[in-house]
Design a protein. Structure first.
Ligand code: B1M
Length: 217
């Protein structure tokens, strides 16, 4: 027996397979058929979350995630004006960057894309970001989470400064600090007093979504 595919399945599947043109077209079609922007967003997020799960299980790899994220971004460009006019708000805001002295950004970019795939707004501070900059940006953007990535054993120590600067600035109780990157571990997280360590981009996005799910307003 054949199962009929809905327009939402089309969106999710074309995103999962990284088909930019098809993703944009099916998003537009769903909107033309008068489906709400929120429903369409959920279909995009569903696709990205399936990609994230497969990435965690090593069923797909970095290139597949990057092309899926490109399709997600394309779909979001079509969707954005409808989200704005329907007043659909982002679920929260994150500032993200690679710490001072560190120029590796492939993992950080994956984390960013996965978090965006959860309907969360992400302000990307780039690479070589000082602790002061992380904290100032979190204050200026009123972000709920600071996400720090580090790939070098020599730069991961900057994450401790982020925790300290957040304390000094008086925002430690209102912001969660998430850390990750190849040399980072759970015991390192504990030693510096950060809130969450996650080993990969998909888990980082899950944790970010769960943080905002428990935060009011
Ligand atoms: Co560099 N490099 N590199 N490098 N580089 C490593 C990291 C290294 C392990 C290579 C090695 O020696 N085997 C080594 C670090 C050794 C150490 O400190 N333990 C190293 C070194 C030494 C250096 C230089 C010092 C080399 C030199 O110049 N002598 C130099 C440093 C420059 C600097 O940053 N100041 C350098 C430079 C570079 C390039 C510029 C050439 C390039 C970076 C290009 C770019 O990023 N735009 C580069 C690359 C590509 C690598 C390797 C080969 C790949 C890193 C990568 O992108 N992996 C790397 C060796 C390796 O890993 N095999 C290496 C793929 C990416 C998807 O994984 O970033 O780990 P990753 O992200 C993962 C998770 O860690 C996690 O999610 C992602 C996947 O799900 N994650 C988070 C990441 N951030 C997270 C944040 C979170 C949660 C999860 O929450 C906030």
């Amino acid at each position: 027996m054949e199962v009929a595919m809905s327009i939402f399945d089309d969106i999710s599947l074309s995103l999962q397979t990284g088909k930019l043109k098809e993703t944009k077209e099916s998003v537009q079609l769903a909107l033309d058929e008068k489906h709400s922007a929120n429903e369409v967003l959920n279909a995009l997020m569903d696709g990205m979350s399936i990609v994230g799960d497969k990435f965690k299980k090593n069923e797909v790899f970095v290139p597949e995630v990057l092309i899926a994220a490109r399709a997600m971004n394309g779909g979001m460009v079509v969707l954005k004006p409808y989200l704005v006019s329907e007043g659909v708000k982002a679920k929260g805001k994150v500032v993200i960057g690679t710490v001072k002295g560190d120029l590796h950004d492939i993992g950080k970019n994956l984390v960013k894309m996965m978090i965006e795939g959860r309907g969360i707004e992400v302000v990307d501070l780039g690479t070589d970001v000082s602790a002061e900059h992380f904290v100032q940006a979190a204050q200026a953007e009123n972000a709920g989470i600071i996400c720090c990535s580090a790939l070098l054993t020599t730069t991961m120590t900057e994450m401790k400064n982020v925790v300290q600067k957040a304390e000094n600035a008086g925002i430690r109780n209102s912001v969660k600090i998430m850390i990750g990157g190849a040399p980072v571990t759970e015991s390192f997280r504990k030693s510096i007093g950060a809130d969450y360590y996650t080993p990969d981009a998909a888990t980082a996005a899950e944790v970010a979504a769960s943080i905002f799910a428990t935060v009011k307003g």
